[in-house]
Design a protein around this ligand. Structure first.
Ligand code: HEC
Length: 96
């Protein structure tokens, strides 16, 4: 009966509208440091080639909590862990 708080729990699949929003965020916000095509700028390249040498869980953690002492900011206030994981998957696949 109606949409309860369960809809906010964050474990439901990410819907298409939210996915479109997240793709936009990656290009605009992540791209402002990592480059529009993620080949690097202020931040290092986060292309599939660059990430091949990186641990995926560490990358998810980096997106959520940032890298203290560097310009890489934490995103956990606007992204759920599931969303951070989805974004990292996109980066590994180069599917932007
Ligand atoms: C204000 C600039 C800035 C923004 C915005 C930013 N980053 Fe970063 N990011 C950095 C910097 C600088 C580093 C390198 C940190 C270091 O020296 O370890 C980094 C590191 C990373 C790494 C680890 C790369 C590696 O090789 O270890 C990932 C993954 C990453 N960022 C993803 C993202 C994503 C996804 C977003 C958007 C949600 C984002 N970043 C937004 C500056 C930024």
């Amino acid at each position: 009966m109606g949409a309860g708080p369960a809809a906010m729990a964050g474990e439901a699949p990410i819907d298409d509208e939210r996915k479109a929003h997240l793709r936009h965020l990656v290009k605009q916000d992540c791209g402002s440091c990592h480059g529009l095509t993620m080949r690097g700028g202020l931040g290092p390249p986060i292309t599939p080639e660059a990430l091949a040498q990186r641990d995926r869980e560490t990358m998810v953690y980096t997106v959520l909590y940032g890298r203290p002492g560097t310009p890489m900011p934490p995103w956990s206030s606007i992204l759920t862990e599931q969303e951070a994981r989805w974004i990292v998957d996109l980066l590994y696949e180069g599917d932007l």
